[in-house]
Design a protein around this ligand. Structure first.
Ligand SMILES: [Zn+2]
Length: 172
C-alpha cells in the first residue's frame, strides 16, 4: 500500500511528498554508483530539516563487514557528523526496503521516519536474502536452521546490576 492514502490511524509522516521523491532518487543514485564502484546495489541517505546529513552505499564486500549495509553506514556517518547517537528528527531514505538489521538500526537510531523505494521482493530477484530473513524472524526460533540458545548462567544479570548502580551512566 503506497501513495497518499491516509486514515485516522496513519501516523504523521506516513504519506509521501515530492521532497521524498527527490531524496529517494538520491539514494537510488548512490546505490547505482556503488555498483560501479564495486559495492552492492544499495544506497541510503539521512536527512534532517531538509538537509542531507550523510549518504552511503553498501560496503560489505569492500570493508569485509557483513553489517556494513548502506543504511547502517549512513546512520553511523550521520551520527559522527552530528556528534550524537540519536537521529531523532531525521528521516532515513533507502534505495531498497531496509532488511531486519537496518530496520533495527533505524529504530535504535530513533529516526522519525523511514522511506524506501524498491522492496524485499526486488532484492530477492537480485539474489539478496532480505525476504528470507523477514520470514525467518516471523517463525518460531526453534525451527531455525541455526540455533539461538538461551543458557542463563548465574552471572547473567550482573551487567544490568552494574548498570543500574552506575550513577554516571549515559542512558540511550
Ligand atoms: Zn540491511
Amino acid at each position: 500500500m503506497t501513495g497518499h492514502f491516509e486514515t485516522s490511524d496513519t501516523p504523521p509522516g506516513a504519506s509521501v511528498s515530492p521532497e521524498d521523491d527527490a531524496w529517494l532518487a538520491r539514494a537510488v543514485e548512490i546505490a547505482s554508483q556503488n555498483v560501479a564502484d564495486g559495492g552492492g546495489p544499495f544506497g541510503a541517505v539521512v536527512v534532517r530539516e531538509g538537509v542531507e546529513v550523510a549518504g552511503a552505499g553498501n560496503r560489505v564486500t569492500r570493508d569485509l563487514d557483513p553489517t556494513a549495509h548502506a543504511e547502517v553506514v549512513a546512520i553511523r556517518a550521520a551520527c559522527q557528523a552530528l556528534n550524537t547517537f540519536s537521529l531523532a528528527g531525521a528521516t532515513l531514505y533507502a534505495s531498497c526496503e531496509p532488511c531486519p538489521l537496518c530496520l533495527s538500526a533505524a529504530l535504535w537510531a530513533r529516526v522519525d521516519r523511514v522511506v524506501f523505494a524498491a522492496d524485499r521482493h526486488d532484492a530477492e530477484r537480485a539474489g539478496f536474502d532480505d525476504r528470507e530473513f523477514y520470514e525467518l524472524l516471523e517463525r518460531d526460533r526453534s525451527t531455525w536452521p541455526n540455533p539461538v540458545v538461551e543458557h542463563r548462567i548465574a552471572r547473567a544479570g550482573e551487567p544490568f546490576e552494574v548498570w543500574r548502580k552506575h550513577t554516571a551512566r549515559i542512558p540511550y
